[in-house]
Design a protein around this ligand. Structure first.
Ligand SMILES: [Zn+2]
Length: 405
């Protein structure tokens, strides 16, 4: 039985009633941001906020995560709701009255709203324990910004924290621009890209700039590799399942008349399907090795896999759309016309279990969503009003999925 109108109306009004408390927690988190995998102050605030709810709470060993299991009154499956908790190494210039008090750290990606929002969702669900058949795993995750925190929490058992594998997982991200506050977006299939890194070293032999035939010059080979990678993107991959390769760093030599012994290239590689994500490392290596071999040089290719593609199950994206519309009206939900080229480590969770990731607009009312400073900017601001929306959607997703049994 999907959630009925009365249940959705109650979730909406209860989330709104919690808003002052939710915003106060968010402001406390925002003042004391922490980066990376060790977030002791953040962890303490989460533990304190969850304390009255009577959950089964545990903390991570390799990172300062919090996992809380909420048991319903009756047995049933388990679902997972996730919030990332880490800040960015940015010095805040937002002008907010609750701005960061830590130089060089800022909640510039809105993860403070995710944490406070998941606490609010826990409160909404704890108040409905009698109606719940099953369990909800609350995943408070450090280290989203490049530290693979979700993968580490999976290794520590978060997906089985309720005593059995969760049957679905949901998470959201707030946006300080693009969408007005309260607007909700997602899409079936790929929502976010996979982001890999490749470091290439071209090995040559140094020599005098006047006599290149006595050396093995790595510089023209490196230049040819940069261009060959672009030809690879357009000639070897479907334009409708694209690859982006951007060489962001290239380095060789010390002066104009000395041929250096080697040259280095660093690139980011974005892909939008796991099929292409799987093909790219070998093809990049083949291009680099082939170009170098054509000139009698060799290369070392160090291909580093980043976060996988974040992909929503179609039926779970449909659930997001239905519940968002039911809670806040049909016009509150926008199907994203195409994936975004950013990446997100909730992808590791969605590789293991069905689920969905969604975006919630948090553009301040005094700014234009088209021009407001975006996530990661030192000027980014996030509207507290989004905290009346995200928790209601997360709680509704958990209740609706659990009601399916
Ligand atoms: Zn983020």
């Amino acid at each position: 039985m999907p959630l009925d109108r009365a249940a959705l109306d109650a979730l909406r009004s209860d989330a709104r009633a919690l808003l002052p408390d939710t915003a106060a927690l968010r402001h406390a988190l925002h003042r004391t941001p922490e980066t990376g995998l060790e977030l002791p102050r953040t962890q303490a605030l989460v533990l304190e906020a969850l304390e009255p709810l009577g959950l089964e709470v545990s903390t991570g060993t390799g990172l300062s995560s919090v996992v809380a299991v909420l048991r319903g009154a009756r047995p049933g499956p388990a679902v997972l709701l996730r919030a990332d908790m880490d800040a960015l190494p940015v010095t805040e210039e937002s002008g907010e009255p609750f701005a960061s008090e830590v130089p060089g750290a800022m909640h510039a990606c809105g993860h403070d709203l995710h944490v406070a929002g998941l606490v609010a969702a826990a409160r909404l669900l704890a108040a409905r324990r009698e109606e719940i058949a099953g369990s909800v795993v609350l995943m408070f995750q450090p280290g989203e910004e490049g530290d693979h925190g979700a993968r580490l929490m999976i290794a520590e058992g978060v997906l089985d924290a309720a005593g059995e594998r969760v049957v679905a997982a949901y998470g959201l991200h707030v946006l300080s621009a693009i969408l007005p506050t309260g607007a909700i977006t997602s899409r079936p299939g790929t929502l976010l890209a996979a982001a890999d890194t490749v470091h290439v070293t071209v090995h040559g032999r140094g020599g005098h700039g006047s006599m290149p035939h006595l050396a093995l010059d790595p510089v023209p080979v490196a230049a040819e590799i940069v261009l060959a990678l672009q030809a690879m993107v357009t000639r070897q991959f479907d334009v409708f399942d694209p690859v982006v390769v951007t060489v962001g760093r290239i380095e060789a030599g010390t002066t104009d008349n000395v041929i250096p012994a080697d040259a280095r290239i660093e690139a980011t590689v974005r892909t939008f399907s796991e099929a292409v994500h799987g093909l790219v490392p070998e093809r990049v290596a083949r291009v680099c090795e082939g170009v170098a071999a054509a000139h009698g040089l060799s290369v070392t290719v160090d291909y580093r896999r980043g976060y996988p593609v974040t992909s929503n199950r179609p039926e779970e994206a449909d659930r997001v759309a239905r519940l968002a519309g039911g809670l806040f009206g049909e016009r509150s939900y926008v199907t994203a016309p195409q994936p975004l080229a950013g990446s997100e480590d909730f992808a590791y969770v969605l590789e293991q279990v069905p689920g969905a990731y969604l975006g919630v607009g948090a553009t301040p009312a005094d700014l234009d969503p088209r021009t407001a400073p975006y996530n990661h900017s030192a000027h980014a601001r996030f509207e507290d009003g989004a905290l009346a929306v995200g928790p209601a959607v997360l709680a509704a997703l958990a209740l609706d999925r659990l009601a399916e049994g």
